[in-house]
Design a protein around this ligand. Structure first.
Ligand code: TYD
Length: 137
């Protein structure tokens, strides 16, 4: 399986009643990794782009907790644009995937569950470096 095929939309549990909806996420259950970090992007200005990097080991689940945005994922050969707009769905991203996020709606919150602590050494921020490492593996 190529890297991009390992990335997938995960439908999360949704408990609905008259008071609204509740979604939960448990490590190694709804997400296929141990969650070590959570971060979120918010107040993203109109037209801004985020991401623009890949990771060596990090696995992530990206959720539109509020509003919507697009995630463009690529593995150096193929690219997919995925629109996220529901808090009960997440996009799983495995290592060695180049990702860019754009098309943020004004009220959007992008919540990211991550398998590791923040570590700048895990980033590939130059596309050329990414491609050469990706195809040397
Ligand atoms: P970056 O990963 O470039 O953000 P994005 O993926 O949205 O483009 O991170 C932006 C800055 O925030 C950079 O200086 C690193 C810092 N940062 C942390 O300190 N901890 C974190 O968990 C994350 C994701 C970023």
């Amino acid at each position: 399986m190529t890297n991009i095929e390992k990335c997938r939309i995960i439908e999360l549990p949704k408990i609905s009643d008259a008071r609204g909806n509740l979604t939960f996420i448990e490590a190694n259950k709804q997400v296929p990794f141990q969650i070590q970090r959570v971060y979120y992007l918010y107040d993203v200005p109109n037209g801004a782009e985020r991401g623009g990097h890949a990771h060596l080991e990090l696995e992530q689940l990206i959720i539109a907790s509020s509003g919507s945005f697009d995630v463009v994922i690529g593995d150096g050969e193929r690219q997919k644009r995925i629109h996220l707009n529901r808090p009960s769905f997440g996009l799983y991203i495995c290592p060695y995937i180049w990702r860019e996020l754009d098309n943020f709606s004004s009220d959007s919150v992008c919540t990211v569950l991550a398998s590791r602590f923040y570590d700048e050494k895990d980033y590939l921020r130059e596309y050329e470096d990414y491609l050469s490492l990706r195809f040397s593996k």
